[in-house]
Design a protein around this ligand. Sequence first.
Ligand code: CNA
Length: 244
Amino acid sequence: MNSLEHDRKILQEAIDSSRNVVFFGGAGVSTESGIPDFRSKDGLYHQKYAYDPEEIISHHFYEQNKEEFFRFYRERMLVLDAKPNPCHLALAELEKRGKLSAIVTQNIDGLHQKAGSKNVIELHGSILRNYCEDCSHFYDGTFVKNCPTLVPRCPHCGGVIKPDVVLYEESLDVHVMTKAMIAISEADLLIVAGTSLVVYPAASFLNYFQGRELILIDRNPEKEDERADLVLHQNVGELFGGIR
Ligand code: CNA
């Protein structure tokens, strides 16, 4: 048995012996769907860009430099054609079987819902939802993608259409945070995958876990966390292929 099969067997056993699994994920969950993460070698933070990407996706930059914000957002973040990978699909199946109660995600790509998951708690919002800043009219991701102007404008009132994505310096929705805390605090198995756990307050939600086992999955062989009972260094999509 190779190390991938070995780790998959351990993960399957942990899932089988749990009654309430919660999955806490980050950008690494979608890299195998072709969406780059932030901090890996080939992530967005290491690609050359006119401004530091971490600054571009901050509230003050959005307010002061909408054209540059939307240039970056459209080129690098507004990905609408990606497909769920085996991790997204296996999690949807686990939910259907009543094993998994919630996915808490930092991702904004909507891939868990595309895979069929229902209880997806999106800490940082979604590129699929967009609102006019003036009249609050709702627009989907395709509308923004196809908008003829670089800065998307509301056809009703001319206001700027802002993605429903939490930028740096912005607060998380209190209702969403509460749901995440409750889900994590009620889990007996928490699977944390594909996240560098450096974005707060999202990363701090792991502190609400009081269950039996915390498993950390990351492809980076150096990634560890003292809270984890078990660390699996695998590609999360590959690892979840075959999990049921
Ligand atoms: P991050 O800081 O880029 O960390 C990603 C982590 O995932 C790293 O530890 C990688 O080693 C690991 N990783 C990458 N690919 C895999 C893989 N295939 N299998 C296992 N591990 C892998 O991203 P975080 O999620 O920690 O940071 C939070 C930010 C990233 C949130 O605000 C997101 O909105 C934002 N983000 C989201 C997306 C998306 O929605 N798909 C994409 C890029 C960034």
